[in-house]
Design a protein around this ligand. Structure first.
Ligand code: SAH
Ligand code: SF4
Length: 361
């Protein structure tokens, strides 16, 4: 039988209140429920000991706790940890927890970044990315997005203080659910994470970037640029044919102006594809015009794909051009530790084994 109950973590405070008033329940009951769900991370209505039992049964009939199953956790406490989740319909998604690395952020940093997915697969088929290799299956619901944060906090016992939408899928292609989930993640009654600690990464859907500019929340935006000319970008990102650089950069300028916010351009460096000094010069011109920062990521190899990470001297030469142009730019040289790299690429390695073993943690 198809599930007709509504996932509780897809509802805003007001929506839960409205449903409680339809059940002739006083408002404070809605508040109690929300406290159980988010602050106490309850996983069933049965646990909610200060709610009357008949109400708990009613809630069980009307609402659903996301039946997420953690199939596998890879990594150790002080390194990147990868969580593979099986969803209600059997689909597998990943979330990646990246604890502050003293090498990257300094000894005192308590940054704990979580990278989460927004879709099962991805329709955009960037040529270097593992997520798009098998195409797109479906969007994640708002509750499935929120649940990744809740589950990782529960399983790790840690509070996430930085969230990036850089896992599987194109966040802006799942706009309504993304916005809903961010509302809940941001809300003081929900996960309680400040909008400035939330970054959406997009492959460059220009109309949705404009739409995002109209939203009230000050979330951060990162653009996966990876090519500074249409020729290079179209070669590795098919989305560039739909929204070529001129269109994308105009939307970026609009976002920057409207939000008074500095954008980040993500730039994967792939040997002999986009890592020549003239690529760096073109990238610097774009960044200067938009007053954006650049985050360079040496390509992390994906099984089955032939791209290569550039040799060190090529990385040095590329960065030297950006530095010479006085563009704020960073590069992460640790293999596998970069946030975007860590997120974008584990699906292929993990899926077959996890699906076979059926293991749970
Ligand atoms: N679809 C969105 C968000 C998910 S991808 C986007 O494209 O922005 C998150 C980041 O991981 C992107 O910057 C993506 O280009 C990067 N990425 C994908 N595959 C990678 C790889 N093999 N090595 C390094 N970064 C990769
Ligand atoms: Fe999709 Fe982003 Fe991967 Fe491109 S880089 S295929 S948009 S997940």
């Amino acid at each position: 039988m198809a599930e007709s109950r509504i996932p509780i973590k897809s509802l805003s405070f007001e929506e839960i209140e409205a449903r409680f008033s339809a059940l002739a329940q006083p408002r404070y009951r809605a508040k109690q429920l929300i406290e159980w769900v988010y602050a106490r991370k309850a996983r069933s209505f049965a646990e909610m000991s200060n709610l009357p039992e008949p109400l708990r049964r009613q809630l069980d009939d009307a609402f659903l706790f996301e039946p997420f199953e953690a199939v596998r956790v890879l990594g150790s406490e002080d390194t990147t940890r990868k969580y593979l989740f099986r969803l209600a319909d059997g689909a597998l998604i990943e979330s990646v927890l990246i604890p502050a690395s003293p090498a990257l952020y300094g000894e005192a940093s308590d940054r704990r970044t979580l990278c989460i997915s927004t879709q099962v697969g991805c329709a955009y088929g960037c040529k270097f990315c593992a997520s798009g290799l098998d195409g797109w299956s479906r969007n994640l619901g708002a509750s499935e997005i929120v649940e990744q944060v809740m589950q990782v906090e529960r399983l790790s016992g840690e509070k996430i203080n930085n969230l990036v939408f850089m896992g599987m899928g194109e966040p802006l292609a799942n706009f309504a659910n993304l916005m809903k989930a961010i509302g809940i993640i941001n809300a003081p009654w929900g996960v309680g994470l400040g909008a400035r600690h939330i970054t959406i990464s997009t492959s460059g859907l220009a109309p949705q970037i404009r739409e995002l500019a109209e939203q009230p929340l000050q979330v951060r935006l990162a653009i996966s640029l990876h090519g500074a000319t249409d020729e290079v970008r179209s070669q590795i990102m098919p989305v560039n044919r739909k929204y070529p650089l001129a269109v994308l950069l105009e939307a970026c300028a609009y976002y920057t102006e409207r939000k008074k916010q500095r954008l980040t351009f993500e730039y994967i460096l792939i040997e002999e594809v986009n890592d020549r000094p003239e690529d760096a010069a073109a990238l610097a011109r774009i960044a200067r015009k938009l007053q954006a920062k650049i985050n360079c990521i040496p390509y992390n190899s994906v099984e089955g794909l032939d791209w290569r990470r550039p040799a060190e001297h090529r990385l040095d030469a590329f960065m030297a051009v950006l530095e010479g142009a006085r563009i704020p730019a960073t590069i992460r040289r640790e293999k596998g530790h970069d946030i975007s790299a860590a997120c974008g690429q584990l699906r292929r390695q993990m899926l077959p084994a996890a699906a076979e073993s059926g293991a749970t943690v």
